[in-house]
Design a protein around this ligand. Structure first.
Ligand code: 4AD
Ligand code: MG
Length: 429
């Protein structure tokens, strides 16, 4: 298409009054009166109104085009108070690129229907805005770790043994063997710290989540840094910096998107540090006072975490979890062997946003923990090797990208943060 195209954003903001422009995009909305057709056109940068009069060469195609047809629209930019954005295009020519069949998303906007036509719903304004924020969030996370000297590594997706427990492990057929889909890059990242010291991954993790909740996906994107010689204080500080840095970055890079999504930018600009810290025991006490029947040693579920988060304004840490609530690789305090050196970062309405931890770096303790958890030591030989050859104290954490987006954008369900959500019931399209 060899025309000189102007983006809709440029037309809306570029002071192009009286200029002749060509815009390229899709028909977003259409309204007709006897002598005028109004078309709203969208491209990747925005939506603009155009008018087509019955005495122009554009009239025939204006009548013909349907919602979601792709077109090139040519005309003169005019200020118009009544148009959204204060600018419209007085059209003289429409070239139809692809005439759309009757678009299925018009009246029925029920959630199940929109999930069936996810591939089309992704064109909606809401989803486009979220996808932009998602892209910037990933970029900001990469930038954060690169600027601090972390090396990005590429973990395997097929794995031989569980990282986070068997209940959520997906089996995968691998020639004549059974392997699993990875739940976390952590065990593999731990290998790389022995040469690179500070590493991170941004990759999918898979969890066979058998319950439907607003915060669980079966496939999600996981940001996981891991580094040598760190302790729990270091790791909490890095998390505070990461979360407030991404919040600020999104407020600055995505002002327009946040406004259209109705998100208060100031909330993201003012994520105050340090985050409050409470112990797991304190959390249990608070929950008991709030009427939950939960005892020391129990896992906190979604309802408990959500309720606990109501006691705070922003993100907060819960630390010193009972060993039995945490995975086999968690280091325990040498003087308090029942307590894992593990911390969860919590936020409002979602609960857990990250899990942070020190890793067991003593070979014999690790083997004991693997056995205690009912796992097969044989399967973890390569992992135990890290404790045989120059072991070091080390730490890391895992942050779910979709939970972070859900929290930043006040979304009600995690499925809206990822283009093609995979859940218990849904794997199409
Ligand atoms: O708490 P998790 O299971 O921790 C780990 O996987 C560690 N190996 C991470 C590490 O230390 N490197 O998962 C970490 C985070 C959770 O806090 C949550 O944000 C997210 O991953 N997450 C999920 N997000 C969406 N859907 C799911 N089913 C998730 N499961 C975990
Ligand atoms: Mg966790």
């Amino acid at each position: 298409m060899s025309v000189d195209v102007t983006s809709i954003q440029q037309v809306l903001t570029g002071d192009l009054e009286a200029s002749h422009v060509h815009i390229r995009g899709w028909v977003y909305r259409k309204r007709e009166s006897k002598k005028t057709v109004f078309l709203w056109i969208r491209d990747a940068t925005g939506v603009i109104q155009s008018t087509i009069k019955d005495d122009t060469a554009a009239w025939k195609n204006a009548k013909k085009v349907t919602i979601e047809s792709s077109i090139i629209l040519s005309g003169t930019v005019r200020k118009d108070e009544r148009a959204p954005g204060g600018v419209e295009i007085s059209t003289d020519k429409i070239t139809i690129i692809g005439l759309a069949e009757s678009f299925p998303i018009s009246k029925d906007l029920s959630e199940p229907f929109l999930r069936d036509v996810r591939h089309l719903w992704l064109r909606s304004r809401k989803m486009s805005l979220i996808m932009r924020v998602r892209s910037e969030t990933l970029w900001l996370a990469h930038k954060f770790f690169r600027e601090r000297g972390y090396v990005e590594i590429s973990p395997p997706m097929f794995i031989t043994s569980a990282c986070e427990g068997g209940a959520t492990l997906f089996e995968a057929k691998y020639f004549d063997r059974e392997l699993y889909l990875t739940q976390s890059a952590q065990l593999y990242s731990e290998v790389l710290i022995y040469s690179l010291e500070k590493v991170y991954t941004c990759a999918p993790s898979f969890r066979a989540e058998k319950s439907r909740t607003i915060r669980h996906l079966c496939e999600y994107w996981h940001i996981e840094p891991e580094w040598a010689f760190g302790d729990l204080d270091d790791v909490m500080q890095v998390e505070e910096e990461l979360v407030s840095n991404i919040g600020k970055g999104i407020a600055n890079l995505c002002g327009r998107e946040l406004q259209e999504l109705g998100v208060d930018k100031d909330r993201l600009l003012n994520i105050s540090r340090p985050f409050p810290r409470i112990t797991y025991s304190d959390a249990i006490e608070t929950l008991t006072k709030k009427g939950f029947s939960i005892e020391w040693g129990d896992d906190m579920g979604y309802e408990e975490e959500k309720s606990l988060a109501e006691e705070f304004k922003g993100p907060f840490f819960v630390y010193d979890y009972p060993k039995k609530t945490k995975a086999f690789y968690c280091k325990t305090y040498r003087d308090r062997p029942e307590i894992a050196m593990s911390v969860d970062l919590m936020v409002q309405t979602i609960g857990e946003l990250t899990t942070v931890g020190a890793r067991e770096d003593d070979k014999d303790e690790l083997i004991k923990r693997i056995r205690e958890t009912g796992l097969n030591v044989e399967n973890y030989n390569w992992y135990i090797d890290m404790r045989r050859y120059g072991t070091v104290p080390h730490v890391g954490f895992g942050l779910g990208v979709e939970r972070l987006l859900m929290w930043m954008l006040n979304l009600e369900n995690i499925v809206d943060t990822i283009p093609f959500p995979r859940t218990l019931r849904r794997s199409y399209p």
